[in-house]
Design a protein around this ligand. Structure first.
Ligand SMILES: Nc1ncnc2c1ncn2[C@@H]1O[C@H](COP(=O)(O)OP(=O)(O)OP(=O)(O)O)[C@@H](O)[C@H]1O
Ligand SMILES: [Mg+2]
Length: 229
């Protein structure tokens, strides 16, 4: 399998805080990689580093220069304009002309089941709907890799299932997913591989079945016990 991202001994610091310590990680095409760990363990920093938003203090990040990637943040950012414009503007920023951008935005909204609210102000939508608009915005860019930071953290069970269903569909269509989650049920349902982070260190990196059933380093076992308690 070819690696779409390779991190080699990457460390990230914010002043005195070392958010990531010598992380080595190869993300392969088609994987569904889950990042788990306590608050402050470095999950968001790792995602932001993969997306090029945070620069490593040391180590190397390698990816194909032509890789199309998109990132979904925990709280979707909506512009105070129509849902359609919110999606179309993302395409425009990537160089698509306005008429084509609008047509493709509508297709993307149909894809996530939101075509009927295309004309509404995005700010007026519920959190779950906004997260789906953000998914449409990402999907419209036809990324090969989608990075998602706690994509369902603030959603009710119905919205959560809907977002999970879309993530699974995107993956089935060949998209590589890297997502962080505090929801271990979701990790079991969606991930093909799990990385456990603690204080910026990658403590465990296992196929999902092994992560939940096999022997793990003590720290990861204790985390799982705490989360499942
Ligand atoms: N922009 C920043 N400035 C200063 N410190 C930061 C910044 N971003 C992250 N950190 C610190 O880096 C460490 C890792 O934070 P990060 O947000 O990556 O954790 P996380 O695993 O995503 O946590 P959570 O589960 O709460 O989202 C924390 O100690 C955090 O305080
Ligand atoms: Mg985070």
């Amino acid at each position: 399998m070819s690696a779409v991202f390779s991190l080699d001994a990457v460390s990230v610091s914010f002043g005195q805080v070392r958010a990531l310590s010598a992380c080595t990680l190869h993300v392969h095409a088609g994987e569904r990689l889950a990042l788990v760990g306590s608050n402050g363990s470095g999950k968001s920093t790792l995602l932001r580093t993969l997306h090029g938003l945070t620069r490593p203090a040391s180590g190397r990040l390698a990816h194909d220069a032509h890789l199309r990637q998109a990132m979904l943040f925990q709280r979707p950012y909506m512009l105070r304009t129509s849902v359609l414009n919110n999606v179309a503007l993302g395409l425009c920023l990537n160089g698509t002309g306005w008429a084509l951008a609008k047509a493709q935005a509508l297709q993307a909204l149909e894809r996530v089941g939101l075509a009927d609210v295309a004309g509404r102000n995005a700010k007026a939508l519920s959190g779950g709907q906004q997260q789906r608009v953000a998914l449409a915005r990402a999907w419209a860019l036809k990324p090969q890799v989608l990075l998602l930071d706690e994509p369902t953290a603030s959603l009710d069970p119905t919205a959560k299932r809907e977002v999970e269903r879309l993530m699974a569909e995107f993956s089935d269509a060949g998209m590589t997913l890297v997502f962080s989650s505090h929801n271990l049920g979701q990790v079991k349902r969606l991930a093909s591989r799990v990385v456990y982070l603690e204080h910026g260190h990658m403590v465990a990196d296992r196929p999902t079945h092994e992560f939940f059933n096999g022997p793990l380093p003590m720290a990861a076992t204790n985390f799982l016990k705490g989360e499942l308690a």
